[in-house]
Design a protein around this ligand. Sequence first.
Ligand code: ADP
Ligand code: MG
Length: 253
Amino acid sequence: MENKIITVKDLVKNYGEFKAVKSISFDVYEGEIFGLLGPNGAGKSTTLEIIETLRQKTSGSVFVNGLDIDKNPDEIKKIIGVQLQTSGFYPGLTLVELINLFNGLYNKKVDPITLLKKVNLEDKYKSKSKELSGGQKQRFSIATTLINDPKIIFLDEPTTGLDPQARRNLWDLIREIRDNGTTVIITTHYMDEAEQLCDRIAIMDKGQIIKLASPDKMIDDLIATGFERPKQVKAANLEDVFINLTGREMRDE
Ligand code: ADP
Ligand code: MG
């Protein structure tokens, strides 16, 4: 039996007259990587921020690990990790200093080096956040979501702008976090990423969830309608070429 760690029911969010989220309902299971996909403006970030207790809903109900967002927002904050935009880090502080700052915020005493090891940044402990590459910054910001040993982490477009090597490296990290028992909710515009990474996906458009299933089921359902790709697909694509030529090894280390 799968345990529902998040339950969203009839969630509505209006910004004035504009209906950004139009009565959506879905569950997230404990221990899965759940993807929220959809074009820009679909309502993904709004939905995540409401679940994270950072934004007010208009109506509907949301439970996180059995806690009602209306009644227990502070309890919910203690069991979730939210990835901040990397631009939000003080650029002149070292990674150790930043982790200690977060330790203070969360009232925790996580050892900075142990945390940095989890995301393969232990060599960078003396570096300032402004000196990190894009992939390293993303890894560091994921590390900061883990400080309070959360049950669930929320990643809003964590791989946007990364090179293919850094993207793959981040997929491995996210899988590792899931395998260690943390539930992951992620948004992405990369369908290959969602297909590789997510156990289940909700596709949102114009404030509604138009489909929710595993990536495999979604593809099978489309094929069952008689859909065929317009042209013969080659046994490799340009990304395969790129990785084959440049290798999987991370850069900017
Ligand atoms: P997504 O993350 O899927 O791109 P968002 O949740 O950020 O979508 O936004 C959904 C819609 O709500 C968009 O049309 C956006 O312009 C609008 N929106 C988001 N935040 C606000 C806000 N604070 N005030 C007014 N409209 C907003
Ligand atoms: Mg968004």
